[in-house]
Ligand binder design. Sequence first.
Ligand code: EAX
Length: 335
Amino acid sequence: MNTKAMVVGVVSMFAIAVVATTGYAKTVLKLGTSTQPSHIYNLAAERFGEIVAEKSGGELEVQVFPAAQLGSERDMVEGLQMGSLEMTLTSTGPMGNFIPQVKLFNLPFLFKDRESCYRVLDGEIGTQIADRFVKVGIRSLGWYENGFRNITNSKRPVKSPADMDGLKIRVMEDDVFILTMKALGASPTPMAFGELYTALEQGVVDAQENPLAVIHSSRFFEVQDYLAMTGHFYSPAVMLISEITWQSLSPENQKIVADAAKEARDYERELSIKADQELEAACAKEGMVVTHPDKEPFVKAVAPVYNNPSVIKAIGGGNAEEGQKLIDAAKAAAM
Ligand code: EAX
């Protein structure tokens, strides 16, 4: 755990303290995200907070901390485990380090379209994987959306996998992302999101990949000239609450929190769809050269990731047979 996470811990002990105000006890739920305030995670988190405050008559207060103020996505998940942070809305990027089965969702080109994502995530496979989180001290309140990821870089327009050759690209911290970018001929570096803008600005990396909503709200167009609409990963997000916090809530408040999280999820998915409709043009307007590569050669190039024995085993939680079953089931459901 780094110092940032420890500071979060200390601050949190005060925040969770019960404040007697107008005759009832008030509980503060701090909710951290990695993205900029205007990003869809934070708009949805604010909405979640409004619903929770209203339904609980002010007994529960959600405070949103964007832009990795409370640490990286990985730090925040660790904070939830320790009970030093109450909530986070995070990508699944770091989640495979806690629950290996989540790596399933990190596979490239797994989903055909949004409908297939929602079918798998909200259906049996997504529910079974989310249910595992409780074993490591965190509780899922539903699958949100980060979105389909696209590649930006400062070197050249990407039209085919050949254009990826040698690009130094930042990836989220999981080996499935690393293997995918290597299969495309790029040179991947795992890095926390909070360090990315500066790394791009200083040329530590040439490239990164994220959904349009992240690219635009983080103003990557200031440091990246090219945008390739590859949609190579569908990146789910997940609303998480510390199991310690959850158990401290009354059954009534648990229901308020769970219901509000579902409502805010639907809102967030709508915002994400809208972002995809509007932000490609917005990035072009900011000067990015946008390409729409044929996806087939990319799908072919990354096929070895699906046959990688260590990936299959990890997805099965250490059991290759289970992993293969899960991959096959997800592929069938994602069709
Ligand atoms: O969750 O790390 C990433 O690139 C994520 O997509 C971002 O922080 C949003």
